[in-house]
Design a protein around this ligand. Sequence first.
Ligand SMILES: Nc1nc2c(ncn2[C@@H]2O[C@H](COP(=O)(O)OP(=O)(O)OP(=O)(O)O)[C@@H](O)[C@H]2O)c(=O)[nH]1
Length: 304
Amino acid sequence: MLEVNKGYKSGFISIIGRPNSGKSTFLNRVIGQKIAIMSDKPQTTRNKVQGVLTTDKQQMIFIDTPGINEPRHKLGDFMLKVAKNTLREVDAILLMVDSTDRIGKQDRYILEMLKGNETPVFLVMNKIDLIHPDKLLSVIESFRKEYDFADVLPISALEGINIEKLLEVLTGYLPEGPQYYPADQVTDHPERFIISELIREKVLHLTHEEIPHSIAVVIEKIKREEDSEMIRINATIMVERDSQKGIVIGKKGALLKEVGVRARKDIEMLLGTKVFLELWVKVQKDWRNKKIHLRDFGFRDDEY
Ligand SMILES: Nc1nc2c(ncn2[C@@H]2O[C@H](COP(=O)(O)OP(=O)(O)OP(=O)(O)O)[C@@H](O)[C@H]2O)c(=O)[nH]1
């Protein structure tokens, strides 16, 4: 699942902009029925995953970046740093603007925060259904004077104008990458995080120093078996190097098996039912670079 298939693209996209600019309307429009609203993410998550758009060619993960819209005095230095770091690590940023508004103090504040950041920023001029094209051009001009946008994309989130075009442009900026979320995932499972942590804990316990804490466990599937109380869980342990894969699997699979036995016991306690746990180990070279994102997905990071 998390292997990078050649040509498959995936990435994290931060949607920022003033309140009322149409961010929610946009997300609903983009993702519609396909939305996987991650409303039950653990409270510790910093950036909320708002929706995942999966096709056979790409996966776009839209995240909310708290703190961006706040005036500076309301933010601690730490939060500000966190927000800035996030914006540096996503693959694209959509700055959503209500085209009927003039550029304002808050927009300037956001643009100021983006300066020096190399992530492509797209100016999304929303609500074009409400504005004359001539006026639109002058508003765009006032924004472009302030920032070097990767592209300017006029849309109407409400009426669905130019949405496909926007996605197409965005796709061009996504890197090749794995499918982070299963395609069929409609809602996130609240126990998902705890289960992944239980498995991760067993791996770390049984491997000592050789395996860094940055390993992650991705729960691919949690499914109740038909006609039985048994729950089937498929999980992948992500490591960074082949050598680590060998360690986690162990001689003739002994270590992985032990991880499975111990984790299964705990998970059965947690869920109060029999569990069939299937574990895989995969090497994902770029894993560490995606660390920030993964933390947002509910993976703990002890170094943070
Ligand atoms: N005419 C028109 N109205 C829109 C469009 N997009 C959003 N709106 C309206 O603008 C208002 C604000 O939209 P939201 O999607 O809630 O805005 P938001 O940016 O998510 O707002 P916050 O949650 O406060 O940050 C709503 O009444 C929407 O119906 C559009 O393209 N055209």
